[in-house]
Design a protein around this ligand. Sequence first.
Ligand code: IPE
Ligand code: IPE
Ligand code: MG
Length: 220
Amino acid sequence: MINHVSIIMDGNGRWAKERGKPRVYGHMEGVASVRAVTEACVEWGIPWLSLFAFSEENWGRPQEEVSRLMELMAESMVKEKETLLGNGVRFRVLGNRARLSPALDAAITKLEEETAGGDKLTLIVFLSYSGRWDIQQAAERMAAEGGKDIADYLVTAGVPDPDLIIRTSGEKRISNYLLWQAAYSEFVFTDTLWPDFRKESFRAALDEFASRDRRYGKVK
Ligand code: IPE
Ligand code: IPE
Ligand code: MG
């Protein structure tokens, strides 16, 4: 059984470009893929799904694309709220939340509170997240508090490490995602662009994961 699947959702811009459309068109279509994989996790009994939606580095994109992405996030939370509640989904956003607009941050907190009772799936959206930022902020807080275990200070404290990390669009890199947490994650890379990644592609990635032999440094 797989406990936590994480996805680096990549290729929206190229998907739009192939169709002669602006990049934001790919991001909009990508929301339908988010819905599809979320529903599949509920249906297949996978308790944790996390999605890399926006990195700390992505703030360096053109202002218009950044604001459209933030708007899309806000709109999607409104549109999907009832579905999340109806499906028993607990929604969380992890990342450098201080960089979000106060309005978006407040809307996120509200939805997190409203869905806190969801007991089928925890859906984590990594927004304004980077692995090095996370380790840095954890180290600073741990030093200030005299703590011992860095995992307790990462924004993912209490979240199981991902068993599987899927990256779409053919890129084979981690792009500053879950650097600490991915220590023993399996990786599946697919050429499928994120807006085309639906249930069948997800099933195929899970089948590939099922064929892997995880040894954690030991001898089996
Ligand atoms: C992923 O798609 C979404 C974000 C990183 C916000 P991209 O926007 O990176 O699409 P490509 O990689 O340029 O095709
Ligand atoms: C990684 O995709 C970040 C997200 C999917 C949110 P990018 O498109 O930003 O990564 P690079 O630039 O190809 O490494
Ligand atoms: Mg990309």
